[in-house]
Design a protein around this ligand. Sequence first.
Ligand code: PMP
Length: 363
Amino acid sequence: MTNNRKKNFFAGPSVLPIEVLQELEREIGEYNNEGLSIIEASHRDQPFTDMYFETLDLVKELLNINDNYDILFLGGGATLQFSMAPLNYLKPNTVADYIKSGTWSNKAASDAAKIGDINIYFDGSESNYSTLPDPKSVRASENSSYLYLCSNETTGGIAWQDFPNLKETPLIADMSSDILSRPVDVSKFALIFAGVQKNLGPAGATLVILNKDMYERQNKSLPTYLNYYSHTKTGGLTNTPPIFSIWTVKLVLQWIKANGGAEGMAKRASLKSTMLYDTIDGSGGFYISPVDKRYRSKMNVVFKLPSEELEKEFVAMSKEANMVGLNGHRSVGGLRASIYNSLPVEDVKALSDFMNEFKRIKG
Ligand code: PMP
C-alpha cells in the first residue's frame, strides 16, 4: 500500500493517514477479535457503542469541549446543515445574519433564505471573495437569531484567523475544511458543523457540536431527522449512524492525538502552508495568490498562473509527477493545493519543488 501512493491534494474527499488505512485493512474483516466486522454489527450492540463513545470522548478531548455541548455524527453531508441550522433556529420575526465569504457560505445563505429572513452582514462578492471583515468589528443585527460564517472557504482559500465575540447572539460556523487543524475556542460557538471528509475521515458523517442552551430556542415542530433535539435525546442514535465513517474518524482522531493534537496540527499546517505561500510570493509574480494575506487559508492554498494554458500544463505535468487534485474548484478555475492534516510535509515540499521547477522551465 505504501509503495506508489500519490501525493494527494484533493479538496475532499481527501488524503487519510497511511497508518489509518493500514488499521482499517487489518480490522475490516474482523473487528477487535469479535468474530465479525464492525460494519456488520448492530449499532445498538457493544462493539459499535464502545467505539462510538470513544470517538465522542476523543472529539471532546481534542477540541477541549466542555460538558455543555452535545456531539453528533449526522448524515446528509455539511449541506444538510445549511438547512437544518435555520430550520431549527431561525425564528419568525427575526433575521439570521450571514457572512458571505465564498462558495460555501453563499450556499448556506441561499438555503436559509428559503426558510426565513436573512441579513447579508458582509458580502465578499464586492472584493471577489478575497477578504473578510475584521472579527473584532462584527456585530449581529438587533433582532438576529444567529450569525453564520464559514471558518475556511474551501473553494476560495480564505480563512478566519480569529472569530467574532458575540455577547448575546449565537454564533454558527461551518468548519468543514479546517476542523481540528488548529485549536479553537468552542465556547464562542452555539453550533459548529463539519463534513468529516477533509480533515477527519471518509465521506458519510458530519460532525455537529451543539451548545445545549440552544435547545430552548429550538423550533419544536420539525420532523425527527431535521430536529437537533431529537438526535441529542437519543445520544445521537435516533437512526442508524454512518458506522464506517465514524470508525475511521476515531482512527484519525487517535492519529491526531498521537501527533500533538490541535496544537500539533496547527504547527503542521503553518509549516506546510508557509512553504507554498513562500514559493508563490517568491516567484516574481509567476504564481499569484488572490487572497488578502491576512486571511490566507492554511488548508486550501489557491493560486493562479499567467494563463489558462499554463494552468492546464501545470496540472498535466503535476499528474506525471504523481500529484493529484491540483485543479481549482470547477466554479473558479485556477489551481488549488489542499493540504489537510494528514498530508505528509514531504508531499508539500515536493509540490513546492515542482512549482519552482515548472517556473524555471515555463516562466
Ligand atoms: N462546507 C464546506 C466548507 C465545504 O468545503 C463543503 C464541501 N466541499 C461543504 C460545506 C459541503 O459538504 P458536503 O459535500 O458534505 O455536503
